[in-house]
Design a binder for this molecule. Structure first.
Ligand SMILES: Nc1ncnc2c1ncn2[C@@H]1O[C@H](COP(=O)(O)OP(=O)(O)OP(=O)(O)O)[C@@H](O)[C@H]1O
Ligand SMILES: [Mg+2]
Length: 274
């Protein structure tokens, strides 16, 4: 059994910037950790990495040192106060914003030796639909698309879903309506989006849960803390706990798409052992 364990890898994307990817990635990671899971968070937004700010963690090394061959994955990662293992992105390094396919593969393969030590890996990708964003998303088992109820966010989320599904053939896409006024409004936004995807892409997308607008989420960031430890009783903390519960309940991903995958060998072993 031990050698067929495969960590579940969730990519968090949005298309448009500033809609809440890092907030979702960080708080989902913390909520999973609080639920007793072993969790790592890869900050794969190489141009403007800010997951470490949101987690209040400082680290001397980051992914650029890994890619330069100066440090190993274990040497750059840090364990945060909330028990999450953070792999810091190459913040402020503009040359890292457009990393190559080979570099993406190097990062992905560096995780292979950690398969036994993790239950979840959360990947916070950059805004947009660049080739490196799509390479990271293709390598994940599931994709959570964060969107807000506003035209530009909806249009960019649709664009991201279109590339992922129609062009790359990816499935396991879940929408996360963020900053909505109620769970019911989030569900309505999902339904509208799913109708458009079904009509124009002939693909449906899945719903997980929504995150309501909560000023304590913003206040937590100003204190360099995830909302789950800053204000446990807040609606934000409640929504992220629910997101973690639902993520744990999902069937483990058991197949790969044939491209470079996180923990690819583990997936193959799991399939053969099944
Ligand atoms: N549900 C919410 N309620 C209130 N504020 C929120 C919520 N979600 C995110 N925010 C705030 O919105 C801002 C942008 O969030 P975040 O940095 O997570 O977006 P992002 O998509 O990662 O941005 P970027 O594309 O720059 O990486 C932050 O100030 C964050 O605190
Ligand atoms: Mg971000």
């Amino acid at each position: 059994m031990a050698n067929t364990h495969c960590p579940q890898v969730i990519g968090v994307a949005s298309g448009k910037g500033g809609v809440g990817k890092t907030t979702v990635a960080v708080n989902l990671a913390v909520a999973l950790s609080m639920a007793g899971k072993r969790v790592a968070l890869l900050d794969a937004d190489m141009g403007l990495a800010n997951a470490q700010i949101a987690l209040g963690s400082r680290s001397p090394f980051n992914v650029s040192h890994l890619l330069a061959g100066e440090k190993t994955l274990r040497e750059i990662m840090v364990r945060t106060e909330d028990g999450v293992i953070l792999i810091p992105g190459a913040s402020g390094r503009r040359d890292m914003a457009g990393i190559s396919e080979a570099q993406v593969n190097t990062i992905i393969h560096s995780f292979d030796e950690m398969a036994d030590e993790l239950d979840f890996l959360i990947v916070d990708v950059a805004a947009g639909i660049s080739p490196s964003v799509m390479s990271f998303l293709s390598a994940c088992h599931r994709r959570y698309i964060v969107l807000r109820d506003e035209p530009s966010s909806i249009a960019d989320a649709y664009g991201t879903i279109k590339v992922m599904t129609s062009e790359l053939g990816l499935d396991e896409v879940y929408l996360i309506p963020n900053m909505v006024s109620s769970q019911a409004n989030g569900w309505q936004l999902y339904k509208r989006m799913n109708e458009v995807c079904t009509r124009f892409l002939s693909r449906s997308v899945n719903y997980l849960t929504s995150v309501e607008a909560d000023e304590l989420i913003f206040a937590a960031l100003r204190k360099y803390k995830p909302v789950l430890s800053f204000a446990q009783g807040s609606s934000g903390a409640r929504d992220f706990r629910r997101m973690a519960e639902l993520s744990i309940e999902l069937e483990p991903a058991t197949h790969a798409h044939g491209q470079t995958q996180f923990f690819f060998q583990r997936l193959l072993d799991a399939e053969q052992g099944a």
